[in-house]
Design a binder for this molecule. Structure first.
Ligand code: SF4
Length: 164
């Protein structure tokens, strides 16, 4: 018999029928309705990243397709960097930008089942969409109107939708 599932259930323990009631501390103390206490919520590890919102003079947004492992694989997303140095390197390599006007947008938290991600969006605009950057290696530029038809990670879509 699965005792916990049939007799000593969390919401309605059957103490009157229970063969262990004589030895049960919860029953003795009149606390059978409260015990066992629910497990404390597991503290999720926290990570952080920068998301680069790159916009050209026509208002198009640069989105690379996520490759490799990761929860957003196959989705179009804003370029991600671990820190400012990596963000600078990404801009240099992919768009040949040395210095750009960067606006820090409000940071926000996105909670996955196994970790919490603190996201700091950086808006860089206007940037020049260089024709020499091949689509297979760099981001593609999308009009705002095209975003609705794309597979985007939920927090990226929320971010783009909330900032016209
Ligand atoms: S007596 Fe104790 S073990 Fe038995 S059902 Fe009640 S709370 Fe559960």
């Amino acid at each position: 018999m699965d005792f916990g599932a049939t007799l000593c259930t969390r919401s309605r323990p059957g103490c009157a029928r229970c063969p262990f009631s004589g030895d049960c501390a919860a029953h003795r103390d009149g606390r059978s309705a409260e015990l066992p206490a629910p497990r404390p919520a597991r503290a999720l590890p926290e990570r952080s990243c920068l998301l680069l919102w790159l916009e050209d003079a026509q208002g198009r947004i640069a989105l690379p397709r996520r490759e490799g492992p990761g929860v957003w694989r196959g989705l179009w997303s804003l370029p991600e960097a671990a820190d400012a140095r990596q963000a600078d390197a990404w801009l240099r390599v992919n768009l040949r930008i040395e210095a750009a006007r960067v606006e820090r947008l409000p940071a926000f938290l996105h909670v996955f089942s196994h970790y919490r991600l603190q996201i700091q969006p950086l808006r860089v605009a206007p940037v020049e969409a260089l024709p020499s950057v091949s689509e297979s290696e760099g981001p593609r530029w999308f009009e705002r109107a095209e975003l609705a038809g794309l597979g985007l990670p939920a927090p990226v879509r929320r971010l783009l939708d909330s900032n016209p």
